[in-house]
Design a protein around this ligand. Structure first.
Ligand code: GLU
Length: 307
């Protein structure tokens, strides 16, 4: 069905449908670089399995990917290190805010899932042990899969994350006290903040995420993940990828998705395409208001979903 869709017309229609929502919600305010972004931005891109990308609005404008990178770090950590990662991080929704500490004490320093900050710190720690340079490894992977060698870290965002990083530092030290962090916490945090700062456009993200739609195959045809691992990551995205609104996202959109506080969301139609959307205004749970609405329109208009 996806092959016969007129993507340019579809994207124009979706942009028109959600136009009234663009600018609603509130951009993330915890660091100046995010707080100062124009809330009226909106972009959306769809990448087909062959890498062809269509887009609308600000689909080629780079933005701060933030937690969207957590899905790529997870894929790399699993690809390089295998299943033993799951001894250190769970696969259940947390029902708590993404930066919460409370559950960690009850659950002996094992984070609920790889997409809350605690879980992502464990993933980056694993990637650091496996590669010796987690953030560069991730950036290199994203450059290759997006076919955009210009992708880079945003040094200002990384520095701001560090400056406002007490909560992440607390989470990392707390897990280290349970023996669930292998690298020195300051070095781990640095890689994590660089990871959060990576700038990408919707076009970059949609292309970079295609390995999840291709059941684990990279853009050069080589295998990153087994079919089963790709399914597992998609499943964790569906259940845990959109903060503590994953149930609502599944209900409305019906696709695996991962959001970030920069206002970006990536979503996957396995076997068909990858979508990326960006609009900085966030709802109370931290998901882009216009972004979720646009993905909702996409699956409603096309009937493409995992259900
Ligand atoms: N840099 C943010 C943090 O770790 C990421 C937040 C997000 O996008 O969820 O607090």
């Amino acid at each position: 069905m996806a092959d016969t869709l007129d993507y340019p017309a579809l994207l124009e229609r979706i942009a028109a449908d959600v136009a009234a929502l663009v600018g609603s919600g509130t951009p993330a305010e915890y660091i100046p670089a995010l707080a100062s972004v124009d809330p009226h931005r909106f972009g959306m891109a769809v990448a087909g399995l062959d890498g062809t990308v269509h887009g609308v609005g600000d689909w080629e404008v780079p933005f701060s990917t933030q937690s969207v990178t957590k899905v790529f770090a997870l894929a790399l950590a699993l690809a390089e290190g295998g299943d033993s990662l799951w001894e250190r991080v769970g696969r259940e929704p947390s029902g708590n805010p993404f930066n919460s500490l409370v559950q960690l004490e009850y659950e002996n320093g094992i984070p609920r899932n790889p997409f809350i900050n605690a879980g992502a710190l464990v993933v980056t720690d694993r990637l650091q042990s496996l590669t010796g340079d987690a953030s560069s490894e991730l950036l290199g992977f994203l450059r290759e899969e997006s076919r955009n060698p210009e992708l880079s870290f945003d040094a200002e965002v990384a520095a701001s994350e560090q400056e406002h990083g007490d909560r992440n530092a607390a989470v990392a030290h707390f897990m280290a006290s349970y023996g669930n962090i292998d690298n020195p916490v300051p070095a781990l945090l640095e890689h994590y903040f660089w990871q959060c700062s990576i700038e990408m456009s919707c076009a970059d993200l949609a292309r970079a995420g295609l390995f999840l739609a291709r059941h684990g195959l990279r853009s050069d045809g080589s295998r990153l993940l087994t079919r089963s691992e790709a399914k597992q990551i998609n499943a964790v995205m569906l259940t845990c990828g959109t903060y503590d609104a994953a149930g609502e996202f599944a209900y409305r959109v019906g696709l695996p998705g991962k959001s970030g506080v920069g206002g970006g969301i990536i979503a996957v139609v396995p076997g068909q395409c990858t979508l990326a959307v960006w609009s900085p205004g966030l709802d109370a749970q931290g998901n882009s208001v216009a972004g979720v609405a646009a993905l909702d329109r996409f699956t409603t208009l096309t009937g493409l979903s995992v259900f």
